[in-house]
Structures are given as C-alpha cells and as structure tokens.
Design a protein around this ligand. Sequence first.
Ligand code: CA
Length: 231
Amino acid sequence: MNAKIRILLIEDDRSICSFITTTLCNNGYLVTTAASGTEGISLAASNRPDVILLDLGLPDMDGCEVIQKLRSWTGIPIIVISARTTEQDKVTALDLGADDYLTKPFGPAELMARIRTGLRHQHNLASGRVYKALGLTLDFEKRLVTLDGREVHLTQIEYQLLSLLAENSGRVLTYTYIMNSIWGPYMDSNNQILRVNMANIRRKLEKNPALPQYVYTEIGVGYRMRENELR
Ligand code: CA
C-alpha cells in the first residue's frame, strides 16, 4: 500500500544514508538519495517526492538554506534529521518551513512514525474536518469542542489556538509560528500571553495539566498536539 510513496533523502553521511534507505525500503517506500543540497533541490523538483528527509550539515550549503529554497516553490513535507540538538536549531528549521525535526540518533520506529505524520498532515489539511483523540473531539465546521461527550467552553482565543494545533496535530508548531498565526506579526515577541492561554486550555481539557495528554510542550520550541485518530 506504501509502494507508491516516494521519499527523497538528502544526507551526505553514507552510513546514516544506508540505515535510513534500508529502513524505508523494508517498509515499502521508494527512496531516492542526494548527497548535497544542490542535488537534493534539483531531485525534489524533478521527482516531486511525497516527503523529504533533510540533513542540516551538508557539504555545499546549510540545510536551512535548502529549506528556504524548497519552500519558495513547494509545500512537500520536510522532516529535518540532524545531530544539532539546540532548541534554536529546531526553531530556525521549523520557522523556515520544515514540518518536523528528528534528532540523531533515532530508531526506525520513530522515523516511520514521523513520516506517517508528515504524510497524514497533507491529508488532514484536505479532508479532516473533525479532530478526535481519546475523549476529545473538535468539530471545525461547528466550532464545537467536546470532552467525554460534554461541551467545553473556550474563549475565542483559546479556540483559535486549539484548532490551530489540532489542524496540525502530530507536528510541533513553534512559539513564533503560533504567535504570528493567532496574534499577528506585530505582537510583542514575549510568549506570556500564549503560555497563559495554553494553561487555561489545559485546565479545561487535561485531567492532569502537569502531564498533558492532548497538547505536549516541546521545551524551548513550541507545542505539539496529539495525533488525530481520524484519518
Ligand atoms: Ca551531514
């Protein structure tokens, strides 16, 4: 069923390249590889893959530059795979338009899960008008949020915030991205207003707000909402 899904892997490290290629081929994906940014961009344009896996440390250009170049003409999901672990590296890549970020080293199961999320995200944008996970349901058309069958009363901002995360469920959204989407680019870059609203949402949704099961915190980066169970 995955036979037609094509992955472009842009990675110059041969051993990582062969590990990923083997994992993906074993799972029925078709893989094309590029060992430089220039080659990767040109293959993305000629092959139109379904998902791009991108290393940041490439011999000819920085991976962030590759993201910028790709995002100037395509919305193909980009999953960054990198040994860079600082929060700033993740934020930069995500703000430039990467869909997700995997820190090396990672196992095959995690890689496969992230690819499925990337593919599903495109699908969700096209058809998902309802978000559902555990006891939480969000109907985008009715603007109705229910928890265990009972309506949850959210403020306008809380609803906008939750629906933004739900529409992008499974992906991490950076603080800057969320701030710009909800409050616009001229808002003070201080995240306090976002944290306050998130605390209120968690108080209304989570059984234990300190151990959230719907909206997870990616420390120093942003928030990630639990994957939509409806596909
Ligand atoms: Ca590299």
